[in-house]
Write a protein that binds this ligand. Sequence first.
Ligand SMILES: Nc1ncnc2c1ncn2[C@@H]1O[C@H](COP(=O)(O)OP(=O)(O)OP(=O)(O)O)[C@@H](O)[C@H]1O
Ligand SMILES: [Mg+2]
Length: 266
Amino acid sequence: MAGPEGQSDHVVFEQVGLAFGRRPVFSGLNLAFPRQKITVVMGESGAGKSTLLRMIGGLQRPDRGEVRVAGESLADLDETALGRVRRRLGMLFQNGALLDSMTVFENIALPLREHTEQSEEEIRRMVHQRLRDVGLGDVDDLLPGELSGGMLRRAAFARSIVMAPEILLCDEPFSGLDPPNVSRIEALIVHLNRNLGLTVIVSSHHMASSLRMADQLCLMRAGAAISGTPAGLASSQDSTIANFMGEDGVSYLAGLQDQPSAGDPS
Ligand SMILES: Nc1ncnc2c1ncn2[C@@H]1O[C@H](COP(=O)(O)OP(=O)(O)OP(=O)(O)O)[C@@H](O)[C@H]1O
Ligand SMILES: [Mg+2]
């Protein structure tokens, strides 16, 4: 299905430049996120991963260049049209907390109440389904302040997917989680992608889970990005790629190349 650009790419950055004051974050960033694939964005702290995700959500405008989401150039959209695009996105932010004064149930139900006409019964079913998906049991009546850090992150994840988005943006979904919950969230992301066809764009420092999940890896550095399949990057001769991934990453990827079915979800 190698059609023209726009058909296979769900999100496209073209010649994007952005600076905060005199500090450039992006200079001529070109990047495409393929439809129904998982792209993991990696890069050192401060490389611009969170800013990249915020730009896709229309929360940060570039100084120059173009960001297109599902074929629409965000710069051309007024607030109403931008709201329409945003409703197709699920966003899990790095420090995205829930609203403190509302229970966990009400936090997750909020987007459904605001944007749909669903009945109380349907809302209850959907919220509980999403809580089960992230491995949270009986937390309906708790306030966010009564959850642990890892539980809070999973509750925020449940809220980001409650509207059945077509593109899921996850900023560091694994930070602060213990290994069982890293596995749980990783499996959920893969499930949402493979079974429900979501396009997933996730930023992460977590090398092992990133390499397991990624159809496309994107390394951000010096205002630009290098992207490719994990196996493609592993065979790159570029020493900065090898340095970034470290020995563990490169040998893990080399192992994947030897067993091509390892990345096959089915
Ligand atoms: N609203 C802002 N105002 C000023 N500078 C900002 C703003 N947002 C981000 N920056 C700067 O942009 C750069 C990229 O920040 P960003 O948060 O995108 O990095 P990151 O790759 O997500 O880092 P981390 O891995 O630590 O989360 C940093 O130098 C940061 O200081
Ligand atoms: Mg960040």
